[in-house]
Design a protein around this ligand. Structure first.
Ligand code: ARG
Length: 566
């Protein structure tokens, strides 16, 4: 449709000298019609009435007279209440459909990012703590944003900025030295670490001096003590492998870097010096801060009273490091909305340091998650581990398949794809800033607005194509209402990709997937495909094939697999 809109825009611009709009700009001003009976797209002429000093209705009438019959591919133009409605001809639609078809799995991709790099900091858990459902948002949203950028040809650097530094490691080292059982560390590392970490907190309640010991151990670690360094490394490896990598593999989530807080901790000195040199640091209650009063924000603390660095110091240092290392065009951070102020503060500090790339830094916040209406509570230990959540999803789907389809091959693979997909789809269904409530029955409902429903619809389109394929020959077609609706939706895929990417909003794709599924299922129900004949069959097979490819790509963009059979 883009080509047509550009052509129309050029014609309109050449009609009016006083318009003051470029054709490219104008071609972005067309809207979808609320109902395809009113045409395939429309131009709201009130947008032009100021420049043309005329009423929308008069402009629409005038343009209608001037353009009708002059644009190849447009079969009719109507002027209605100041709107100019365009009806695309069937052969033009077929031409566009064939174009989508010939792009195959490349349909929807673009080259906006050629030569450009984005860094996406996501998931980024604190590794001493459990990997729980609260991390699902960052992991799923970040992964989808990364894929949206990849789909647009950007070079993507996925960064898992591990929380692998700080006093909790002092506690772990202390606990390890006091109570760690070497054989258990080797055989069952994650649980052994959890056991001694818990034990530490219990004992520290009775004996607060343990906390001082932990601080000492951390100070020794920071100073480069060899023993502590090796224990820290062991703890980090065990946690990463045992708690995190399994989930990432299951989800198909990949990172280009695991440089976390420990990596940057050694590089904060330079930043503190730079801030001092630039005269940005001020003392406040013993701490060193950058004042942000002019920007209506509390000061950004850089050094605590005891001289140690904090979260913000490390983020500033790592941003400088990432700029130098990757020379990003954009650097994105996906965390819960509770961290918004932190990011606004240190982004501003980067600007105050004189760097002109402050506006390349983007914080992408998201809402909270609850299960069956219950908020998660890390303190009481009432947490749902991601590992357990996904295992249960997979087990539940397996049970459904056993009941419905006991002879299905690859049951385990399908259960994995659908179980994981159900959880991810549920997380990405609503706008990301909204709180998410996870309810098993809703997420797994094959007839609801769910991942399983979308994957099932994709498999349905594949099963048609297994029985007949597009031959390439087609003479003359006319699109009926369902075919037209499906075609129109499919043609919107490329613009949805751009919209989702630019607003960091995977839910645009999730919503789109559901729209395509609903439209395809109506089409499938009302228009026989395999039983149709001649051109009608050819057209329907084409729609079916483009639906399959589009759904597969769209599902990939939100982190779901698209099994051929379910
Ligand atoms: N580790 C942090 C947490 O679990 C998230 C880190 C986000 N990334 C960053 N560069 N600050 O809350």
């Amino acid at each position: 449709m883009d080509g047509l809109k550009k052509q129309i825009s050029r014609l309109i611009c050449s009609q009016f000298d006083t318009l003051g709009i470029y054709p490219d700009e104008l071609s972005g001003m067309f809207d979808a019609t609320p109902d395809l009976k009113m045409g395939d797209f429309t131009l709201a002429c009130f947008r032009l009435s100021k420049a043309l000093r005329n009423s929308p209705q008069r402009i629409a009438d005038q343009l209608c007279a001037a353009l009708d019959g002059k644009i190849e591919g447009i079969k009719r133009i109507e002027s209605v209440n100041g709107y100019l409605n365009f009806f695309v001809g069937d052969s033009e639609k077929l031409r566009q459909l064939d174009e989508m078809l010939s792009l195959g799995s490349g349909y929807g991709r673009n080259a906006d990012g050629a030569g450009k790099t984005v860094c996406i900091d996501f998931s980024s858990p604190n590794i001493a703590k459990p990997f729980h459902i609260g991390h699902l948002g960052s992991t799923a949203i970040g992964n989808s944003i990364k894929r949206l950028y990849q789909f647009s040809g950007y070079k993507c650097v996925g960064i898992n900025y591990l929380g692998d530094w700080g006093t909790q490691f002092g506690k772990l080292i202390c606990a390890y030295k006091l109570w760690g059982e070497p054989e258990k560390i080797e055989s069952d590392g994650v649980n052994e670490l959890a056991r001694i970490y818990k034990l530490f907190h219990e004992r520290a309640e009775e004996d607060p001096s343990l906390n001082d010991k932990a601080r000492e151990e951390f100070a020794r670690l920071e100073a480069g003590d060899e023993l502590n360094r090796s224990i820290w490394k062991k703890i980090r490896d065990i946690s990463l492998d045992g708690k995190f990598m399994g989930v990432y593999r299951l989800l198909g989530v990949e990172f280009e870097s695991f440089d976390g807080e420990s990596f940057i901790a050694g590089r904060t000195g330079e930043v503190v010096d730079e801030l001092k040199e630039k005269g940005l640091l001020e003392e406040s209650d013993g701490a060193m801060v950058v004042r942000l009063d002019d920007f209506n924000m509390p000061p950004c603390i850089v050094l605590k009273a005891d001289g140690s660095t904090i979260y913000a110091t490390r983020d500033i240092a790592s941003a400088l490091y990432r700029k130098k290392t990757y020379n990003f065009d954009r650097s994105i951070y996906v965390t819960d909305a509770g961290q918004s102020l932190h990011f606004r503060q240190w982004f501003k500090v980067i600007g105050l340091m004189g760097y002109d790339w402050e506006d390349q830094l983007v914080h992408v916040p998201y809402g909270k998650i609850s299960i069956n209406g219950e908020k998660l509570a890390t303190r009481t230990g009432n947490v749902v581990l991601l590992e357990d959540l996904f295992s249960e999803a997979i087990a539940r789907v397996k049970k459904i398949i056993e009941e419905k389809n006991p002879d299905r091959e690859n049951k385990d693979e399908i259960a994995k794809a659908v179980g994981v997909g159900a959880v991810i789809f549920n997380q990405l269904s609503a706008g990301r800033i909204k709180d998410v409530n996870f309810v098993w029955e809703d997420a797994l409902n094959f007839d609801g607005n769910t991942g399983p429903y979308a994957q099932y619809t994709h498999a349905r389109s594949r099963s048609v194509l297994e029985r007949a394929s597009v031959t390439g020959k087609i003479n003359d077609v006319s699109f009926n209402a369902q075919e037209n609706e499906l075609f129109n939706l499919l043609s919107k895929f490329p613009e949805k990709v751009v919209a989702a990417r630019e607003s960091y909003e995977p839910s645009i794709i999730t919503r789109y997937v559901l729209d395509v599924c609903q439209s395809f299922n109506r089409f499938y129900h009302d228009c026989p495909i395999l039983k149709a004949e001649g051109d009608a069959k050819e057209l329907r097979l084409r729609l079916c094939k483009v639906t399959a490819e589009t759904l597969k790509n769209a599902l990939w963009l939100i982190g779901l697999e698209a099994p051929e059979k379910i």
